[in-house]
Design a protein around this ligand. Structure first.
Ligand SMILES: Cc1ncc(COP(=O)(O)O)c(C=O)c1O
Length: 368
């Protein structure tokens, strides 16, 4: 009954299924200790200074936050060498995707991206009456820029590029993105989703910040949820030229980012030594566990994020279910149509070892 009252598009939406909540696994499987390596969270947590700042901010909860996040934008500007006017903050990158779509997509407009990728591009497009146009990733599970260019038409309004791509952890070469940007017509808005960009294991890798400085008309999306460990606090931002940010400002709710999130994000930027430490730990764990998974017979396909994307060469849903029974949550890629692949977030060394040992146990049981 209620569904009929909703807009027609509601039937077409396939709501994003986040990593299974720890509480659900405890209840369903009767397990006390559950480890989640399914949502690409930062297992090391936020900076202790961010925690302190957020506790402090709670005391002023009765005051509305500063609507434009001026001081946070100044800190971001200083970090990247851009003016604070080139940033819009939001209640997580996910909500910024919704706002970007609200700001630019008219009914019938086409939005192109490669698939599989982050699900919000499709959902937000449909919600605004736009038409998602999906181009399969290349054979190497990389964003298919040539395929996307072939689909560009008068109807195209937006292109999403997820780099590194979720769920595959693969990246494009910056020169590929630059060549692509040169060929995209000016009626198309390019959104570069760089939620995981800090984890890319390449020296002097050019990112959206550089492309903006070069004068490209793009929006670049970032988040405090991954490297900075503030997924539960909800804060992200978009960088870009002011003409592209203006429509976004127009649809952005006034008090989009709460006072506690602002305090946490600002203190995070004041304590970058914490995130540098986290980055170093995550990257050394990626190198270590990749070898372990390879030894188990898996193919590690993508690893330029705080997760790895592996081909288990067997039914990944079955493996994930067997792991759930042991209290370990990973993300089978079956909903993306990849039956043998799993996306595994990088946890602490103890969590990673627990997962590897559990997979070994399951595989040994299979052989017996
Ligand atoms: C590619 C990508 N973009 C955006 C987001 C949204 O991040 P946030 O937690 O800031 O909403 C995610 C979250 O997993 C993601 O994987």
């Amino acid at each position: 009954m209620t569904k009929q009252l909703g807009r027609k598009v509601i039937d077409q939406l396939t709501p994003y299924v986040p990593g299974k909540p720890i509480e659900d696994v405890k209840r369903e499987y009767g397990i006390k200790k559950v480890t989640r390596l399914a949502s690409n969270e930062n297992a090391y947590g936020p900076s202790p200074k961010a925690i302190e700042a957020m506790k402090e901010a709670v005391q002023n909860s009765w005051l509305y936050p500063e609507p434009t996040c001026r001081s946070l934008r100044e800190k971001l500007g200083a970090l990247y060498g851009l003016s604070p006017e080139k940033f819009v903050t939001g209640n997580g990158a996910d909500h910024l995707i919704t706002l970007i779509t609200m700001a630019f997509i008219n009914e019938g407009d086409e939005v192109i991206y490669s698939s599989p990728t982050f699900g919000s591009y499709r959902e937000s497009t449909l919600m605004m009456g736009g038409k998602p146009v999906e181009v399969p990733l290349t054979e190497d599970y990389v964003y298919n820029l040539d395929g996307i260019l072939e689909k560009v038409s008068e109807k195209t309004k937006m292109i999403y590029i997820c780099n590194p791509n979720n769920p595959t952890g693969t990246i494009l070469q910056p020169s590929q993105i630059e060549n692509f940007l040169k060929q995209v017509p000016s009626h198309v808005v390019v959104v570069l989703d760089e939620a995981y960009v800090e984890f890319i294991k390449k020296e002097n890798y050019r990112t959206g910040v550089d492309f903006i400085k070069d004068g490209h008309q793009i929006l670049t999306l970032r988040t405090f949820s991954k490297l900075y460990g503030l997924a539960g606090t909800r804060v992200g931002y978009v960088m870009g030229s002011e003409n592209l940010l203006a429509p976004l400002q127009a649809v952005r709710p006034t008090f989009e980012v709460n006072r506690i999130a602002i305090a946490g994000a600002e203190a995070t930027l004041d304590d970058l030594s914490h995130s540098e430490d986290v980055l170093q730990k995550v990257q050394s764990e990626i190198d270590r566990v990749s070898k372990e998974y390879t030894a188990l017979g898996f193919d590690v396909v993508g690893e330029h994020a705080n997760f790895i994307f592996v081909d288990t060469k067997e039914d990944a849903a079955e493996l994930s279910e067997a792991l759930l029974k042991k209290g370990l949550i990973v993300r089978p890629c079956t909903p993306w149509g990849l039956t043998n692949h799993v996306r595994i977030s990088i946890g602490t060394p103890e969590q990673n070892d627990l997962l590897i040992e559990s997979i070994k146990e399951i595989k040994n049981t299979e052989v017996v």
